[in-house]
Every structure is written in structure tokens, then in C-alpha cells.
Design a protein around this ligand. Sequence first.
Ligand code: KG4
Ligand code: ZN
Length: 344
Amino acid sequence: MPIVLGIESSCDETAAALVDSERRILAQHIASQDEAHAPYGGVVPEIAARAHADKLAPLIAATLEDAGLALHEIDAVAATAGPGLIGGVMVGLVSAKALAMASDKPLYAINHLEGHALSPRLADPGLDFPYALLMVSGGHCQILRVEGVGRYRRLATTIDDALGEAFDKSAKVLGLPYPGGPAIEKLAEAGDPQAVPLPRPLLGSREPHFSFAGLKSAVLRAKESGVHADADIAASFQRAAIDCVLDRLERALDEMDPVSTLVVAGGVASNRIVRAELQALAESRGMRFTAPPPALCTDNAAMIAWAGLERLGAFEPDPLDFAARPRWPLDPGAEPARGAGVKA
Ligand code: KG4
Ligand code: ZN
């Protein structure tokens, strides 16, 4: 049974995992850099690259040891090759190339977004193509029709901030630690989601794209006004952001060739209210809903190993001179969204 070693280093998590084709995670290690970046309120690329370089080799060794496997017993090496912070991506990809070369195993250079997009299939063996995917992370906010491995049709993206970025920036305004998503979710439990009037950018607009920059600025104004409790701001922000997501998703689903399953992936998918609201939306449309367990939503190497398993046998391995890609859209044919700071 094929076993793939996955490596992830595109942002601030250094991770390695061994996954087999029966969807078993044989071993995995994740080293978070949250503490190193916390004083800066966001990820510092140079600190991230150095931390990946320090941590990755021992982490891979520990993962192999936990699984009781030697390098020659695995069938392929899969590593995130982009998009992401280029220094970190290069650390992971160069390590993967060295391991592939030393063991004479195939290399799969994985698009990090494909890792997120296919992660629900690692957790849910019943999830078949095609499905509608809401991908919400710190760097990306997209709605895709996932038609097969390597076949993605993007219906929506953000014209400014990603959803996770909006959580992170709003958390910073409220003096909460990085990453802001979990901190906002926790604080919001004590707040009133109706207390602070906040905008819902692009609500009802024709194209299903997202925008969160205006919401984030409104959070700053609400904080500066001094009249609202932080918990109320957090709860109202979370409510407004979710209202936007639901509206945009309905729009995209109306536009998309019909699919029977709605899927959410990416770091923000670990938010319990986001999951519950998406489940309700799917039910109202007679769709099945599935989301990976929270630990598979935030960055991890099991999803990269799984993407490698999905490609193994079906696609040619990638060459050892495959270059790291800072930008790498899943659907290169998608029409560009218009707006400031557009993310592909
Ligand atoms: O997928 P991910 O780990 O990394 C990227 O590829 O970006 O996503 C990280 C993002 C961060 O913006 C973080 O604040 C957000 O996911 N996040 C959450 C939650 N947990 C993580 N946002 C809202 N609620 C959460 N519970
Ligand atoms: Zn990610």
C-alpha cells in the first residue's frame, strides 16, 4: 500500500507527515512558529524561513521514527512548492528534492491550495468529485468547483483581504494575539453579535467575489469610538463576516453547475460557527456538507502527503529542478477579479 511523505513550510507551520492510501495518517509532526511571530502581530518572512531551516530535518526524522519506517520504505515525497512565502517554500522543496534523490523515489511538487482543496477527501472517504469548495485561509478566500485532481474552476476570490486575514487584522485592533481567528472566536462567545453595526461589503452584488477591507476598517473605528465592549466588537465582526460568506456562497452556488456536496477547507474552516452556518446553508439547499477536522483545516503536512497520494500513479512525478512558486493559482484560466490588492 503506497505511503507518501508530505512536507509543508509555506507559511508559519513547519510540518511533516506520513500518510497511506487507506487515508491513515501514520505519523505527523507540526512545529508552530506562533511565538516567534507574536511580537510582530503577523508572520515575518525572514524569521519563518530561518525557523523552517532549523526545524524541518529533525521533524522529518522524528516522523519517520514514529511510524517505524525508513526512507526507502516510502513510495514518494510530496512537498508544498507554492504559493507562499518563498524562503520557507524553498526550504521544504529543497529538502524534499534531496530526500527524493537520495531514496530514488518520485517527487511531487504540490500546490498548497490543492492540499487544502483535497484535504476533505482525506477525512471523508465518501467525498467524490465534483464538489463546491469554500477555501478560507489566512492568504486565500475562494469559491471553487472541484472537478477532479488538478481540475479546479474558480468562481470567486477576494478583491482585497482574505477572510483569515480579516480575522487576524481585527484581532490585532482588539489587542488579541496572532493568529487572530481562534482568539476572535473565543472572545466572541462572550459578546452580542448584534451590538455593533458593521458593514457587509459586496452583500447582494452580482459577482460572487469577497471583500473584507471595509469591514476591518469599521472594526478599527468601532474600537476607537470607545463605546463598545471588545467582546461585542468581536462577536459583531464574526457575524458580519459570516453573513458575507453565506451571501457570496449562495451566489456562487446559483451560478455553478450543480453539485451535491458543499465543502469548506482552510484555517478559518476550524471556526465552529462558520462550520455550523455552512452546514445549515447546505441543508437548506438539499446538499451534503463536509469539513475536515479542525487539525486538518489549518496548515499541516498530512494534506500535502494526501495530495501526493492523489497524484501518485495518476500524474507524472515532477522534475527535481521544479522551481518554488510564490504565486500559483489553482485555476489559471479564472477571470481576474478587479480591485485593490487582488489575490490570485
Ligand atoms: O490555512 P491556514 O492555517 O494558513 C494559510 O494557508 O493561510 O489558515 C490560517 C488562518 C489565519 O488567518 C487564522 O486566523 C485563521 O486561519 N483561523 C481562524 C480560526 N483558526 C484559524 N479563523 C477563524 N476562526 C478560527 N477558529
Ligand atoms: Zn494554508
